[in-house]
Design a protein around this ligand. Structure first.
Ligand SMILES: Nc1ncnc2c1ncn2[C@@H]1O[C@H](COP(=O)(O)OP(=O)(O)OP(=O)(O)O)[C@@H](O)[C@H]1O
Ligand SMILES: [Mg+2]
Length: 242
């Protein structure tokens, strides 16, 4: 039985007079892969930041595992478009945060570097890596200590098309192996439909549409095209065209 990990109830967010999120209500099940898509400025990143506890709701409540989020959500990790690695630390130290004498932590870092295919780069510094490699380090770092909830804000936005496809596959593989609940914010509708089990369209600061995606993995382009088409309609027109 699936159980609810995250409950978002009647959430509103204002920045001054700007009403950036309106009456958001949604439940996210444990183990789900959720995608939030929609036009720029719609409020996707704001919702992610509220879930991460990086900002406070104006009204309403967000609870994870039955506990209201109040301050930083320590059971979540966020990955952004820029890798935010510490340049003065090696790859391995970015994962262990310099605690390489902690044997368990070091072993976990090495295991994760293996999973993201960077075994040979443990002692390298971020500046010597490609953008794709740095995002793999950032992903490995986000998965240290097995967070209950992984929050991804356009993490692949700066990558070339091929590297992006490979990263999508890597994230999916890790999600399937580790079963962490994942929320991906993306502009790319095909990326959302290729990866997510549940998709929400954020339009004009509201949830305008939601859909469950049951297409089996790996998802061929033809298999995801109908749902991607519907979602594009909603993003552009606010409803599915007949
Ligand atoms: N700290 C802030 N102070 C004031 N306004 C903000 C702040 N953060 C976001 N906003 C405004 O809130 C709205 C939603 O922003 P948000 O970043 O959530 O959109 P988004 O859907 O993630 O867009 P994008 O796809 O471009 O990343 C925008 O109009 C933005 O200007
Ligand atoms: Mg954003």
């Amino acid at each position: 039985m699936a159980n609810t990990l995250l409950t978002i109830q009647n959430v509103n967010k204002y920045y001054g007079d700007a009403h950036v999120l309106r009456d958001i209500d949604l439940d996210i099940q444990s183990g789900e892969f959720v995608a939030l898509v929609g036009q720029s400025g719609g409020g996707k990143s704001t919702l992610l930041r509220l879930i991460a506890g990086l900002e406070e709701t104006s009204t309403g409540e967000i609870a994870q595992d039955g506990h209201t989020i109040d301050g930083l959500n320590v059971n979540s990790r966020v990955m952004f478009q820029d890798d935010r690695l510490l340049p003065w630390m090696s790859v391995q130290d970015n994962l262990t945060f310099g605690h390489t004498s902690d044997k368990a932590r070091l072993a976990e870092a090495q295991k994760l570097l293996h999973e993201v295919e960077l075994d040979d780069f443990a002692n390298a510094y971020p500046d010597s890596l490609s953008g794709g490699q740095r995002q793999r380090v950032a992903l490995a770092r986000a998965l240290m200590a097995n967070p209950q909830l992984l929050l991804l804000d356009e993490p692949l936005g700066a990558l070339d098309a091929l590297t992006r496809r490979k990263m999508q596959e890597l994230i999916l593989k890790l999600w399937q192996e580790r079963q962490m609940t994942t929320i991906l914010v993306t502009h790319d509708v095909n990326e959302a439909v290729r990866m997510a089990t549940k998709i929400y369209v954020v339009r004009d600061h509201e949830i305008a549409w939601s859909g469950t995606n049951n297409v089996a993995y790996p998802r061929a382009d033809e298999a995801i095209a109908p749902m991607a088409g519907e979602i594009m309609d909603v993003i552009l027109d606010g409803h599915v065209d007949q």
